[in-house]
Design a protein around this ligand. Structure first.
Ligand code: MN
Length: 722
């Protein structure tokens, strides 16, 4: 009996899957390559032995399913091997090196590209997720197959979400809709994108998905008759004109219906009451002829025609779109394209493998994807951290573009909502950095103007112009955003270096030294002791308050440069104060709590990473900080300080009509501006207001206060210092 049981081969799910994979591969691959893939399968199965998917199947079933998905796109042998081995580094003890030895460096790199970073505990989940996506992008810029494996992996994970806990399910679904489906879209892989979207939508909003699905099912029945009428009349008309083409009805997927309802705030009926058709033909010319014919059959809706053949979308999508008014006034959406354009719109960069030999367009898709990746790489270089990179990526992934002309007739594609600044940066980083205004169709316009489709923009630059942090409030392209940030970062760095230089020089002077007179090898030793890579970096550190200038100077001065410096508070007494103007920029800031103005006695605090913050000597916060830390320094106003400084006044007024206006006009007569007024307290008789105004210095402020005191409506007036 036992023997009989033994001889019955129980077919395991992985056996079935590998059989299917082999049969697909044999359609386009040589036997030797298939043997390599089978070897990878045996290795992977061994490595994952004892691991199971949440569904209970052996783990190896998942990588084979991923490989099958890619084989259907005719992925090459190395790509298929990477798909089979894609979870080996992450989930088993096998290393990248071993994979390289056994299956080639190429396969090892591909697998490494889809492997998550080992967990870093201190980071938030958002940061960790961002780090992983960023890593994958870097790998993808080297080899596009990385993203193909990753998308196929994500697709299979979405298909098998069923047995996951619901929190995890939702997180994966959200990431799929936010990152992976848009990437598939950006690479023109519409088939995968639609699958990811509908699976993501179902997992994230099961209720809404069910309601919409039901509604579509119901509506479909009611529509059948009219769909047939329209389809037949289009077909007949095309036939009469002797055009060889295919007409097919097109149904929107649930997620795009949902998106439309959400974005345009319209009802299901309004979205779904559109009848959509696609017409496929062989030649580009024929597309335009078909357009003429359908416009003749039904009246087109003005303003809805789009020629994505002449101006393709950023992901390479090509088609003619038009909307017609059909029988009974129903709207009809028509897409017209060639078969080749259609294949490209379904598989995007995957077409590169699928239609290898015959297609120039497929090559173009690969080139376009690479160009996009190069841009991303540039953005990646100037982005500060992973979260910033992901933000930029998301902006980049949802293109809804406008076409703008340069004065020379060039066309620049920008996302909807882009401004002059975005356009300037798209032309060239230097132009962006120096732009001051622009002319749209000869009219002068400000920088924040949003661009309309088809306008001609001439950017006006000036040699003195610099990027402004405020631009970040309205630019929408990743390129502009990251260039502005990079510039400001660099600018702040320059300021910090200058300040650091001044601070160090001041300390050295107290020791009768000069930075220039110190031998360079001595400085080099100090840099290596402190672990700083250059003098500028050290000066920047000092300027930002990360290092005390006094300690650095002392170290340069003492005989044994390696010995740690002991800080003796008494020695600090001899130093002279640092002279400031208050207009140094980002590295010297005046505290908001006490708002010091020229003439006030002041004190400075090092704030690591921010530079020096200057407080009023009497400021309550300053005495608090002084108690806690020793990194404060004497500062004094420079005698030739000019400019406008803010001060706060607390003022008690009779609560009558017009009193505040009287105060305001008195202040403005005194050559000062009111920046802000807050009513702190109010009753029938008295109103207590807090006024922020601009003054030149302490004398100016005193004069203003004296004038205000003379007004009979002013009961009491004091300056606020924290
Ligand atoms: Mn996987």
């Amino acid at each position: 009996m036992l023997q009989i049981a033994d001889s019955i081969e129980v077919e395991r799910p992985q056996d079935k899957l590998i059989l299917r994979l082999r049969s697909i591969l044999s359609g386009y691959m040589e036997a030797a390559q298939i043997d390599d893939i089978v070897r990878a399968y045996h290795f992977g199965a061994e490595a994952h032995l004892g691991q199971f998917r949440k569904s209970g199947e052996a783990y190896i079933c998942h990588p084979i399913a991923v490989a099958i998905c890619l084989a259907e796109m005719h992925m090459d042998a190395k790509g298929i091997m990477a798909a089979i081995l894609h979870d080996v580094i992450e989930d088993t003890a096998i290393s990248k090196k071993e994979l390289a030895q056994l299956f080639s460096q190429e396969v090892a790199e591909l697998v490494d590209g889809v492997t998550k970073l080992s967990k870093i505990d201190s980071k938030s989940r958002a940061e960790a997720q961002a780090e992983n996506v960023r890593k994958m992008f870097l790998a993808m810029t080297k080899d596009l197959r990385v993203i193909m494996v990753k998308l196929a992996d994500r697709l299979h994970n979405m298909q098998t979400l069923g047995s996951m806990p619901s929190v995890k399910k939702r997180r994966i679904a959200r990431e799929t809709l936010d990152i992976y489906a848009p990437i598939a879209n950006r690479l023109g892989m519409n088939q995968i994108r639609h699958q990811l979207e509908s699976l993501g939508f179902k997992a994230l909003y099961p209720g809404r998905h069910a309601v919409l699905k039901n509604a579509v099912k119901k509506a479909r029945g009611n529509r059948r008759e009219i769909v047939e009428i329209i389809e037949n009349s289009i077909k007949n008309r095309l036939q009469q004109s002797g055009i060889d083409s295919e007409v097919e009805g097109r149904e929107k997927n649930l997620y795009s219906i949902y998106q439309k309802m959400l974005n345009k705030k319209i009802s299901f009926a309004d979205v779904f009451d559109v009848y959509a058709f696609r017409i496929l033909c062989d030649q580009v010319d024929t597309c335009y002829r078909i357009l003429g014919i359908v416009h003749n059959l039904y009246k087109p809706v003005p303003g809805r025609f789009k020629d994505y053949i002449a101006l393709s979308k950023a992901n390479g999508y090509q088609s003619l779109h038009t909307v017609l008014v059909g029988p009974y006034g129903v709207p009809i959406e028509i897409q017209i394209r060639t078969h080749e354009m259609h294949r490209m719109s379904e598989s995007g960069i995957a077409a590169h493998w699928l239609y290898k030999s015959d297609s120039e367009k497929a090559q173009l898709a690969g080139a376009r994807a690479n160009e996009w990746l190069r841009e991303l790489l540039e953005i990646h270089k100037s982005a500060g951290d992973s979260l910033e990179f992901i933000d930029n990526l998301k902006i980049d992934l949802f293109p809804q573009e406008v076409f703008i002309f340069t004065p020379q007739g060039g066309i620049i594609k920008l996302p909807r909502g882009a401004t002059i600044v975005d356009f300037a940066y798209a032309v060239h980083t230097d132009i962006g950095n120096a732009c001051v205004s622009a002319r749209i169709d000869k009219q002068l316009v400000p920088l924040q103007t949003q661009l309309e489709n088809g306008v001609t923009v001439e950017v006006i630059t000036a040699s003195w112009a610099r990027p402004n942090p405020l631009w970040l409030n309205y630019v929408v392209t990743a390129k502009a955003r990251s260039s502005i940030r990079a510039y400001l970062k660099h600018f702040k760095q320059q300021e910090a270096i200058t300040l650091g230089h001044r601070l160090l020089e001041k300390e050295l002077q107290a020791m009768n030294l000069q930075l220039d007179a110190i031998p360079t090898d001595r400085i080099a030793i100090l840099l290596s002791v402190l672990g700083v890579h250059s003098l500028d970096a050290l000066l920047e550190d000092i300027g930002l308050g990360n290092k005390m200038p006094f300690l650095v100077a002392k170290r340069l001065n003492q005989d044994d440069i390696y010995a740690a410096v002991k800080l003796d508070d008494n020695e600090k007494g001899v130093e002279s104060p640092l002279i400031i103007k208050g207009t140094e920029g980002m590295v010297v800031t005046l505290a908001k709590c006490c708002r010091p103005i020229p003439g006030d006695s002041i004190i400075g605090f090092f704030n690591p990473g921010k530079g020096i913050v200057v407080h009023h000597h009497e400021c309550r916060n300053s005495s608090e900080i002084r108690k806690k830390q020793t990194s404060w320094l004497d500062v004094e106003w420079s005698a030739d300080t000019t400019g406008e400084f803010s001060a706060d006044l607390r003022i008690e007024l009779l609560n009558q009509r017009g009193t505040l206006a009287t105060v305001a006009s008195t202040i403005s007569e005194m050559d000062s501006n009111i920046e802000n007024v807050t009513v702190v307290d109010q009753d029938d008789r008295v109103s207590v207001d807090l006024i922020t105004l601009t003054v030149k210095d302490r004398v100016h402020l005193a004069n203003i206060m004296r004038r205000l005191k003379k007004l009979f409506i002013v009961l009491k007036i004091t300056r606020v210092k924290a």
